[in-house]
Structures are given as structure tokens and as C-alpha cells.
Design a protein around this ligand. Structure first.
Ligand SMILES: [Zn+2]
Length: 850
């Protein structure tokens, strides 16, 4: 069936639903091809309703029967839902529909993964389960009965009764339909328990396929830590008798916070030292925390409409980053978050897909689960906290929970609690939600008669639909250093509110060295004339660890920019500083690893583009290679010792300190491989008893084109493990030289274990290709064509994952006209595909026309 002309939905058109839903009863008769869903829903017309039409969403449902107050009715059914004449007094709606979970490859609604039933309802999947007002501001209690042959039958809330082949659940907390969940399968559990601060016992379970029981302990510990942390830091306790997590192999997202029944992509919960890397462990801990924290920020207080998505996501990402900072190293977490923000969100915010943290229109909400909503949304919360202070933040958030528990809210509600509890006017601050684009701050300074003056000038480039921007409130954290490296002024937060504003510091004996935007206090791009000598000074002396790293990162960037533009040799002073830093055992290994990690090639492309150049991905790649080779040679004498010193001995532990050391060790191994051709890496591969070291060694060997034997051995060892095989697929592409990347990816799509229907496997190959910048953009456009072929094939099965992957093309206008034409041709080819999904259609047209 062809999609009707895509309809754009606007925030300004919001109207509340005209009926209140008092109670929902659902009965599921499970069957792979013909599941019957019987609903019984109590509606009460709202006396003050503006909108009186009774419309229930419903897509891909076969309506068997419908009744109102027990009498059969014949509603008007379309592809989007149904309308029906209803009484003006409270009434009971009943319907029976049939759905086919086994053929549901879109993985929205009720579907099957490896023989188990599971659901994904956010954002608009519930309408593929039954007819319902599928909008987040309609909240109700749910009672669910599941009938099926599976051993385990789960839904939201608390279990109320069960018997052979059936189970009943009741969720006492009113919730929107997007938080509904059902799981049925022959699963096994890893059980535990938790007692809340007020003494409530909670049963905890992680449910997995038989064979995966051994990979649950870490996730369970992370869950318990999250529960304790939320009690201690936010005063928020869990509110049901049971909390279930289920691991699912086929899942579009990372995980989903359904009330009391979180469903996880198995890659985001299953962990063991043999099969998971340190990065996996850290990510799992963060995602478990994130979904758990949603129980309050998202579930108890939800979003009024999907334009408010950042209300739950920005806040919850902010909360999970606070959690990770507390569990691990706060400065390493901040640096990693900024690297990620610049890599993904800045690319989005400075291209055709730029959109507000709270968008004002969309065609397909699935396309707005973006870095802007999540990560920039979290940065906005961080700025708010910085502006009002920690105490006022805690007070305002407490008021938010007190005032809005059980409600569906807006960004205005969120800002109002801050205004009410602090007396501050946040109307200018709210522009962070309504204006897209990354602000630039141009910094100039002046020193005379003991007074140092910083002048900050802000501007934001045009973004689609927003040519002009007003000045925002930008917190700029600044410290000043004396010429000897001592801090002469501790961190102060300057509040930039005007387009151009000056700030003075009196009583200084000599001209200070400024450390600006400490802790990356705002998600902006700073433009300031500086020298490598000053950067090296900050790298050596700044007391703010973020800015220390930033100084090194800027040096690294400038060295590569000079190599790309002027065919310069790697900057000698920077190389010298770097070799000293790497050898400095007094520094935290995780910090040394971050200083050693080069700026990403996409970050460099963005920087060159900002400065008016056309980035050449191959030249950027070549500069990175030359730089790494020169660094390795400069460290020739030290590398073997450094490698030995940073090798973590003894049984594997996933703690932050060991992980930081292993990260540094992997970076040293990659330098060493440039000198020894892979001897040390091959030894490490053979000796490794954990995936972090095995994976790092294989990556080095593949990059050195000397890893065929190990790659085969890895494959033989792990072919039965879907998650580890995702790593194998990804490494083959990620480690390919640019000219071979597209053909490596193409060969892998022919592999027997490649499965278009599994989003993790698809992303392992196509995501790795898009991330291999020089490979993806290699001359001739084979990478573009391969990705487009696969997007077209996947769109017919899974629009959501297809649309999201289209963003690989979002930076196309940075490149030369030949590349632009090659990409345009592929985008137009995708766009011309018959029956293209609404999701993909919207993304491609935004990229082409934005
Ligand atoms: Zn979330």
C-alpha cells in the first residue's frame, strides 16, 4: 500500500483528547501469525473538551469486532485509525483485533525475536497492537491478561495471578500507551532483590535466553547501584513490587523504559569479560541507569506530546551522566561526552538536519530520537544548573516532582518550577529550546593597568527554517592563570546575555592566561586567536582537567590542519609535549589515553569547513596516518616499556581504573604495531583472556593488514555469539584502508551471518562504513552506492533503522562538487523508491533540501 502524502504535525496545533481514559483491560491470545487482542476501555467525555470527535489510532490491525456498552458498532476505519459515534456520558469501548507478530519486521508494536514475543511502543507502536488514543497525554491504569504456551509471560506493573498458560498483571500507576510492554518466551532469569530507603522489598529480574544467564550479573549490579543513587541524589524511590529487565536480540533502539518492564537490546545489558569490552561495560552501566531513572523522569512525569521529548530525554541523559561521573571519573566522563557531542550533535546542528531541542513540527517522530534532543537536551539542563547553582537546582527539581507527579508536561512546566523556586526570569534561557544551531562565541581580550578584559561576541548561523537568531543566555566558566602557571582567579561563571559583552577582572599584577569555557560550560563553538605556546601552557598547567585536555586537543587539531592545508610536517613542539605526557606516569592513565586519542576525522572535516576550506577525507586520513607514524617513531625507545607498564595483569575487572589503563595500553599497542608490524599485537591476541584485549589486538592486526589468521580464529571461536560477531563484522570495515572499506562492507553483506532484519548486525556493517570517513567518501562513490542499496533494501523491512542511518549523508554539503553530485544521485535514488516509508522519505528530503 502506498503511503499517503506525508502529513506534517505542528506543536501549535496541540489540542487535548476529548475523553478521559479511566481504565484499560487487555487480553492477549498469543499466536505468531494471528494474535488476538481484546480490549475493554472505559472512557469519560471531558466536560470542557474542545475536540469532541472520537478518534482511536490503529495501524495494520484487522478489526474483528467492536462494541460500545456491550452493543456491536460499526466504526469508520481508515489506515490510520477509526472514528465512531459515542455517547455523551461515560461508556465502555470493547474491540477485538488480529495482528501478526511474526511478520512484523519493523520491530514496532508486538513482534517476535528468536521465537519470543516482545513489544516496542515508543513512540507510536501501541497503535499497531490495538485501537487506542495513542498519545502521551492520555494516561490510564492497565490490567493485562496474557494467554500463551510460553513459560514466561510478563507485562507492566505487579503480577496479580497466573496459571498454566496464562498470567495477569496490573499496573497501578497511570501511564501513556507508549510505556506499555509485553514479553512472552521461554526465558530464564537472573534474580535478585532490593529494599528501598523506606523499606519496600522489590524483586529484581533480568530475563534472557537460556545460555545467557552468565552475562547478567554486571547489569544487575548496575541496576542496584542506580536504584541507590537515585534515592541518595534525587530522593526518588522505586514504586512497584517487581522490576523486570528483558534482553532482546532484535531491537531498534538501545533500550526502553516501559513501566516495571524494561526491554533492552541484548547488546546493552548482556556482559561478560570474555565477550564484552570495557566500553561495553561502561555503556551497559549507563543505559541501565538511564532506563531506570526514567521511572520518574519520563514515566511518573511524562511528556504532553512528542514535541516535548527532550523533557524526559534531556533530563534523563543528564541524570545518567551525573551517575556515571559519580561511579567513575567525572573529568573523563565530561571529556568523553564532549567528544561525542562534537562528533554527533555538532554535525547534526550544523547541517540540513539541524532542529530545535524542542522541535515545532515533524512528519515522523521516530526521526527525532536524535543527538540534539538527547545530548544537547542534557547540555541545556547542565547549563541551567550552572546558572542557578546546585542548591537551587535541587530545590526546583524537587518542586517539579511535587507539582507534576502523575502528569504529562511541557518544557514550560519544567522552566516554571525553576522560575518559581528561584525568582529568575528564564524567558531568554528558553531560546535554547526554541533556536536550533550551535552558537559561536568570538573571544578577544585586553590587558591594561592591572585590568584584564574579556569581550565575548555571540552569533548562531542560520539553520533550516531559522535564518535569524536572538542572543541566548550562555554560561561561560572562566579561570585565569598567572605566568608561572598558578591560578590567579578561580572559576567564575560569566553570564553572556547580549550579542556582545565585556567582562573585567581587576587587580592583576600581569597579563593572565585565560582558561575559557571550563568543563565545557556551554555547547558552543569558541573562536579565539591563540598560539600553540599558550595551548601548551594550558596543557601543562590548567587546573580544569577538561580545559587541559581541550588545549591538547586543539594542538592536535591545529597540527593536522596544517598538515592537510600546507603539507606541513607534524608540529614538533606538540609532538614533544605529547611524548612527555604519554610517558608521565603521574597522570591518570584514562586521561593520557584521551590525550593520545586523535581528534575524529569528522571533527577535522567540520573544522576545515568552518574555516572556509573544502575538506578532503583522504587528505585528513593521510595526515592522521603520518602523524601517528611520526609519533610512534618519536617514541620508539619508550613504546615497549610503556606497553609492558600499562598491561593490566591478573583477573579481569571492569572497574574504571583498570579500564582506563587498558584504554591507554590499547593506544600504545596501536603505535607499537606501526613499528613491529603486529608482533606484540599477535602475542596479546594469543594471551588475551578478555574481550577488551582480544578486540584491541585484532583491531591493530587488521589495520596493519596482518590479521587474517587471528580474524579467522576469532570467527571460529565466536560464530555462535551474535553480539561478539557484531564486533567481528564491524572491525572488518572499521579497520579497512579507505580504498578497501566499501568492498569489505559489500562482501560482508553477502556473508551467511549478515542479517538485514537484525538492526545490530546492519549497524555493525553499515554504521562502521559511515564512520570510516575516508572509506565512505572514497573517490568514485562506491561507499555511497552500497549504503543506498542497503537502505533501500532495509526500508521495506524496517523504516525506523533505515531512516536513522540516512544521517550518514547529512554532512554532504561540506564536500567537493564531485562528491556532492555522487551523494545527491544516491539520495535521489532512495527518494524515488516505490513505497518508501514516511520515516525515510522525511529524512532524505530534509537532507536534500535543508
Ligand atoms: Zn531515554
Amino acid at each position: 500500500m502506498a503511503e499517503a502524502t506525508p502529513q506534517t504535525i505542528y506543536l501549535k496545533d496541540y489540542t487535548p483528547f476529548g475523553y478521559q481514559v479511566d481504565e484499560v483491560h487487555l487480553t492477549f491470545h498469543l499466536s505468531p501469525k494471528a494474535t488476538r487482542v481484546v480490549s475493554r476501555i472505559e472512557f469519560t467525555p471531558k466536560p470542557d473538551a474542545v475536540e469532541r470527535s472520537f478518534f482511536l489510532h490503529g495501524e495494520q490491525l484487522k478489526l474483528i469486532a467492536a462494541k460500545i456498552d456491550g452493543q456491536p458498532v460499526s466504526p469508520d476505519v481508515t489506515a490510520q485509525g477509526l472514528t465512531c459515534d459515542v455517547p455523551s456520558t461515560p461508556f465502555v469501548w470493547e474491540s477485538e483485533v488480529e495482528i501478526s507478530p511474526v511478520t512484523n519486521t519493523a520491530l514496532e508494536g508486538l513482534y517476535m525475536s528468536n521465537g519470543m514475543y516482545c513489544t516496542q511502543c515508543e513512540a507510536e507502536g501501541f497503535r499497531k497492537i490495538t485501537y487506542y488514543p495513542d498519545r502521551p497525554d492520555v494516561m490510564s491504569t492497565f490490567t493485562v491478561r496474557i494467554e500463551g504456551d510460553e513459560k514466561v509471560l510478563l507485562s507492566n506493573g505487579n503480577p496479580t495471578d497466573s496459571g498454566e498458560g496464562w498470567a495477569e498483571w496490573h499496573d497501578p500507576w497511570p501511564k501513556p500507551a507508549y510505556l506499555f510492554a509485553l514479553v512472552a518466551g521461554d526465558l530464564v532469569n537472573h534474580p535478585d532483590s532490593f529494599t528501598t530507603a523506606s523499606g519496600q522489598d522489590v524483586e529484581l529480574n533480568i530475563w534472557v535466553r537460556p545460555g545467557d544467564e552468565g552475562k547478567c550479573a554486571f547489569g544487575m549490579e548496575a541496576l542496584k547501584k542506580s536504584m541507590t543513587w537515585d534515592e541518595q541524589v534525587y530522593g526518588l524511590e522505586y514504586d512497584l513490587d517487581i522490576f523486570n529487565i528483558v534482553a532482546v536480540d532484535d531491537f531498534n533502539m538501545g533500550a526502553m523504559e516501559n513501566k516495571g518492564l524494561n526491554i533492552f537490546n541484548s547488546s546493552c545489558v548482556l556482559a561478560s569479560p570474555e565477550t564484552s569490552t570495557d566500553a561495553n561495560f561502561e555503556r551497559i552501566e549507563a543505559i541501565i541507569a538511564h532506563e531506570y531513572f526514567h521511572n520518574w523522569t519520563g514515566n511518573r512525569i511524562t511528556c504532553r506530546d512528542w514535541f516535548q521529548l527532550c523533557l524526559k530525554e534531556g533530563l534523563t541523559v543528564y541524570r545518567d551522566s551525573q551517575f556515571t561521573s559519580d561511579m567513575r571519573s567525572a573529568s573523563v566522563k565530561r571529556i568523553s561526552d564532549v567528544i561525542d557531542l562534537r562528533g554527533r550533535q555538532f554535525a547534526e546542528d550544523n547541517g540540513p538536519l539541524a532542529h530545535q531541542v524542542r522541535p515545532e513540527s515533524f512528519q515522523e517522530i521516530n526521526n527525532f530520537y536524535t543527538a540534539t534532543i538527547y545530548e544537547k537536551g542534557a547540555e541545556v539542563i547542565g547549563m541551567l544548573k550552572r546558572l542557578v547553582g546546585d542548591e537551587a537546582y535541587a530545590k526546583a527539581v524537587a518542586l517539579y516532582f511535587e507539582r507534576h507527579d502523575g502528569q504529562a508536561c511541557t518544557i514550560e512546566d519544567w522552566l516554571q518550577v525553576f522560575e518559581d523556586s528561584t525568582g529568575r526570569d528564564l524567558s531568554q534561557f528558553s531560546k535554547w529550546y526554541s533556536q536550533a544551531g550551535t552558537p559561536r562565541i568570538k573571544v578577544t581580550d585586553d590587558y591594561s593597568d592591572g585590568t584584564y578584559t574579556l569581550t565575548l561576541e555571540q552569533s548562531t548561523p542560520p539553520t533550516p527554517g531559522q535564518p535569524d537568531k536572538d542572543p541566548r543566555v550562555i554560561p561561560v566558566a572562566v579561570g585565569l592563570l598567572g605566568q608561572n602557571g598558578d591560578e590567579v582567579r578561580g572559576t567564575e561563571v560569566l553570564e553572556l546575555t547580549e550579542a556582545k559583552q565585556s567582562f573585567s577582572f581587576d587587580g592583576l599584577a600581569s597579563k593572565p592566561v585565560p582558561s575559557i569555557l571550563r568543563e565545557f560550560s556551554a555547547p558552543i563553538i569558541m573562536e579565539r586567536e591563540s598560539t600553540n605556546a599558550e595551548r601548551a601552557f594550558l596543557l601543562a598547567h590548567d587546573s580544569d582537567s577538561f580545559n587541559r585536555w581541550e588545549a591538547g586537543n586543539t594542538l592536535a587539531k591545529e597540527a593536522r590542519v596544517a598538515m592537510v592545508l600546507d603539507a606541513a610536517a607534524p608540529d614538533a613542539d606538540y609532538l614533544d609535549a605529547l611524548t612527555k605526557l604519554v610517558r608521565d606516569d603521574s597522570l591518570d592513565p584514562a586521561f593520557r589515553a584521551l590525550v593520545l586519542s586523535p581528534p575524529s576525522q569528522s571533527d577535522l572535516a567540520q573544522t576545515l569547513f568552518e574555516r572556509g576550506h573544502t575538506p578532503d577525507p583522504q587528505a585528513i586520513y593521510d595526515a592522521a596516518e603520518t602523524f601517528a607514524q611520526t609519533l610512534a617513531e618519536a617514541l620508539t625507545d619508550s613504546l615497549p616499556r610503556l606497553y609492558a607498564d600499562t598491561t593490566v595483569q591478573g583477573a579481569y575487572s571492569s572497574d574504571a581504573e583498570s579500564a582506563g589503563k587498558r584504554d591507554l595500553n590499547a593506544r600504545i599497542l596501536s603505535l607499537l604495531t606501526r613499528l613491529d608490524g603486529g608482533e606484540a599485537a599477535a602475542r596479546q591476541y594469543d594471551a588475551a583472556d578478555n574481550m577488551t584485549q582480544q578486540n584491541a589486538a585484532l583491531a591493530c592486526l587488521l589495520k596493519a593488514e596482518n590479521g587474517e589468521a587471528q580474524s579467522q580464529a576469532f570467527y571460529d571461536q565466536w560464530q555462535g555469539d551474535r553480539l561478539v560477531m557484531d564486533k567481528w563484522f564491524g572491525l572488518q570495515v572499521a579497520c579497512s584502508a579507505p580504498k578497501k572499506a566499501a568492498s569489505a562492507a559489500a562482501n560482508l553483506t553477502e556473508h551467511a551471518l549478515f542479517d538485514l532484519k537484525n538492526p545490530n548486525r546492519f549497524r555493525a556493517v553499515m554504521g562502521a562504513l559511515a564512520m570510516n570517513q575516508a572509506g565512505f567518501h572514497y573517490e568514485g562513490g562506491a561507499g555511497y552506492q552500497l549504503l543506498a542499496d542497503n537502505l533501500i533494501a532495509l526500508d521495506a523491512l524496517n523504516p525506523q533503522t533505515t531512516a536513522r542511518m540516512c544521517s550518514a549523508f547529512q554532512t554532504w554539503k561540506r564536500y567537493d562538487s564531485t562528491r556532492q553530485e555522487l551523494i545527491r544521485a544516491q539520495l535521489e535514488r532512495i527518494s524515488a523508491t516505490d513505497n518508501l516509508s514516511r520515516d525515510t522519505n522525511e529524512m532524505v528530503s530534509r537532507i536534500l533540501n535543508g
